[in-house]
Design a binder for this molecule. Structure first.
Ligand SMILES: Cc1ncc(COP(=O)(O)O)c(C=O)c1O
Length: 386
């Protein structure tokens, strides 16, 4: 069988299992999503603060966007000629907001996780990662020379057993988790993790991609909300979700930053983001710090959906603005998503390989620009679907 026959057979297989994906044409995505002449409430993006619909934010940036000193391309890696003072400005701002020594920017969360993990570990080290961490973390672990072991999702007893087992190990132990999990919307037990740090010697790596902007007094994430920022050794955040931009950052010590600049392949061997993009991120970051009203509203509408999904038999597992509606069947999840879309709610089915087979679901990603009335309409539509 030649290559094309082989992949054609695999594609047919995916289709027959209801798992074939495609990139949709013609989608304009902010609060509303227009697709095939239909306008639907967008419940499928990561725009948690609703900033893609915030025209004032865009208008106040427009003058800066046309500043010729901000390039539209970096044309090289930051380590060559691609650096721009705006990078340092954003890094200083982020480090100061977290009250950490340093911050380092990357082109995306995917670059961050696939680059940091291999750079900070070697053969003698052990990575203990939550079973449900994002694909970018999994790929980072694959690229690392360390031994990698997964602990059961949010199961601190299991983690404790593994920590006890490797306590006298000669290399470093890195515990890796997310603060808000992208598919279940539940949170890592950060307080318990931090308590374990007092008992065992390990470094904590926390991916706050889905919490930044949405959680915490200044929007810095769950570690801020739980006042444990100083206990997190590697805190990763991304700009492509609540920050309505693109890119990612790590807050860390100056020594770690120096090390990464010298060893992290996804930082060294890639073209830097255009300065205009970094300037936009800084503009949005400053807005985010003040966006308390949006965060409070997001929390409020999320609780309304949690309550409407709770039944005697099944409790909604989400503790955040990411809310799964479990269907547990690929075909049914596609049909149910269609039904929501026909009724003006743009939700998508989440299937293998994003989630394990048998745990297919719809995922509601709430956004702060949804009104109470719109949430009530969604709640009414949800009731008979439960
Ligand atoms: C937890 C987590 N980390 C990292 C990423 C990757 O971020 P980016 O989209 O900036 O590459 C994602 C993307 O969905 C994510 O969910």
């Amino acid at each position: 069988m030649n290559f094309h026959q082989h992949i054609s057979e695999r594609i047919n297989q995916l289709e027959s299992q209801g798992n074939l994906r495609s990139i949709k044409e013609g989608i304009k995505s902010d609060k509303w999503i227009s697709f095939e002449d239909k306008r639907m409430l967008n419940l499928s993006s990561n725009d948690y603060l609703g900033l893609t619909s915030n025209h004032e934010l865009q208008v106040t940036f427009s003058e800066q966007a046309l500043n010729p000193k901000l390039g539209w391309t970096a044309a090289s890696s930051r380590l060559l000629t691609g650096n721009h003072p705006i990078y340092t400005e954003l890094e200083n701002q982020i480090a100061s907001d977290y009250q950490k020594e340093e911050a380092l920017l990357f082109n995306s969360g995917y670059h961050a996780n696939t680059g940091i993990l291999p750079a900070i570990t070697s053969k003698n080290d052990v990575i203990l990662a939550d079973k449900l961490v994002h694909a970018s973390i999994i790929d980072g672990m694959r690229l690392s020379d360390a031994q990698t072991i997964r602990f059961r999702h949010n199961d601190m007893q299991h983690l404790q057993q593994l920590l006890a087992k490797y306590n006298n190990h000669s290399g470093n132990i890195i515990v890796v988790t997310e603060s808000i999990f992208s598919m279940d919307g539940d949170c890592a037990p950060l307080q318990e993790l931090v308590a374990l740090k007092k008992q065992f010697n390990f470094l904590l790596y926390l991916d706050e991609a889905h919490a930044v902007g949405a959680v915490g007094e200044k929007g810095l994430g769950l570690a801020e909300e739980l006042q444990v920022i100083d206990q997190v050794d590697f805190l990763v955040g991304t700009f492509g979700k609540a920050l309505a931009s693109v890119g990612a950052y790590l807050v860390c010590s100056s020594l770690v930053k120096k090390w990464l600049i010298n060893t992290m392949r996804t930082l060294i061997f890639t073209t830097a983001l255009p300065a205009v993009n970094v300037a936009w991120t800084l503009h949005v970051w400053r807005y985010m710090l003040q966006a308390k009203k949006e965060r409070t509203h997001l929390k409020e509408i999320s609780s309304l959906i949690h309550s409407s999904l709770n039944t005697e038999e099944q409790k909604c597992i989400s503790q955040s603005h990411i809310i799964p509606f479990m269907v547990n069947d690929a075909e049914k999840s596609i049909l149910l998503a269609q039904k929501f879309q026909e009724n003006g709610f743009y939700v998508l089915p989440i299937r293998k390989p994003t989630v394990p087979e048998g745990t297919e679901r719809l995922r509601f990603s709430l956004r702060a620009d949804i009104s109470l009335q719109e949430i009530n309409e969604l709640t009414l539509f949800l009731q008979p679907c439960r």
